[in-house]
Design a protein around this ligand. Structure first.
Ligand SMILES: *[C@@H]1O[C@H](CO)[C@@H](O)[C@H](O)[C@H]1NC(C)=O
Ligand SMILES: *[C@@H]1O[C@H](CO)[C@@H](O)[C@H](O)[C@H]1NC(C)=O
Length: 267
């Protein structure tokens, strides 16, 4: 059995204002609530102010409002405006610069777990894909200089387009995974109880279990969470062209976030 590893200080890295609402709302809602009870630390860094059409200032204030809706406190959210990390549909961001910009946040907040886009970037936006590589570079660099546990990277799973747009159905799929997992845990507990009749010491495991230690890296929103995500989307007035309404109506990411752990040197 793997020892339970529990995230204490989590950093979510996004690329542009509205990513937090479009892709990460189920995760943010869950972790921000946990952080409010001080059971974990949770912070968000957005690496650009979305200035592609000269709307940087507007989009910054829209993002602030969206963070308010999602429950990310002011002292734990940052919007970066770096000359080499500007919102641009065709530009790759330099992985070394991303690592440099993120490093102080990771060190100051004692971050042990970083969440961000996967190598597909969810929407294939090159800025998103760059962040994935930048965070890997950062974790590699810190791993070389620190005696602490290496930081862990989790990435949001990009699903195929068809799956991406089956919103309500995906809640059902997500729940099936969760129930299947709980059922396995119940079965395991039952087997242990039966074995304990002959081997009582089995009941005191060598590695104490943390209640969250085996939690699946999946966050699922109910109707209430979906409504909050929608409200956060509405804060991005300047971005709400018609096709975004289609997105919020049909996107899986408004309801479910599935995360997978990625090694810092995986491609
Ligand atoms: C956090 O506290 C609120 C009330 O203060 C409670 O409703 C909620 O269940 C708590 N959440 C966790 C994860 O402990
Ligand atoms: C976006 O990136 C491309 C390619 O790197 C570059 O040619 C273009 O000038 C950039 N656009 C802006 C507005 O910076």
């Amino acid at each position: 059995m793997q020892p339970a590893v529990v995230a204490k200080n989590i950093l979510l890295v996004t690329a542009h204002p509205d990513d937090e609402a479009m892709f990460f709302a189920p995760t943010i809602l869950n972790l921000a609530e946990k952080a409010s009870n001080e059971s974990i630390g949770f912070a968000v860094v957005c690496l650009s102010n979305g200035n592609a059409e000269g709307l940087g200032e507007t989009r910054t204030s829209e993002l602030e409002k969206s963070f308010d809706v999602l429950g990310v406190v002011k002292s734990r959210r940052w919007i970066v405006d770096h000359p080499e990390l500007q919102d641009n549909m065709t530009a790759d961001w330099d992985r070394i610069i991303i690592a440099k910009v993120l490093e102080p946040y990771v060190l100051d907040l004692d971050i042990d777990t970083i969440l961000t886009f996967d190598s597909q970037g969810i929407s294939s936006h090159p800025n998103h894909k760059s962040i994935h590589r930048g965070v890997q570079t950062l974790i590699q660099n810190l791993g070389e200089t620190s005696s602490k546990q290496p930081r862990r990277l989790y990435t949001l799973v990009s699903s195929s387009l068809a799956y991406k747009y089956i919103s309500i159905l995906s809640v059902t799929f997500g729940k099936v995974d969760v129930y299947g997992y709980r059922w396995m845990q119940m079965l395991e507990n039952y087997i242990i109880e039966v074995l304990a009749i002959w081997y009582p010491e089995i009941m005191t495991p060598a590695i104490p279990r943390h209640p969250d230690g085996h939690a699946m890296p999946e966050f699922i929103s109910g109707i209430e969470g979906y409504a909050k995500a929608l409200e956060a989307m509405k804060m991005h007035d300047s971005q709400l062209v018609w096709f975004r309404w289609l997105y919020v109506a049909f996107s899986k990411y408004m309801w479910v976030n599935s995360w997978v752990q990625v090694s810092a040197d995986a491609q």
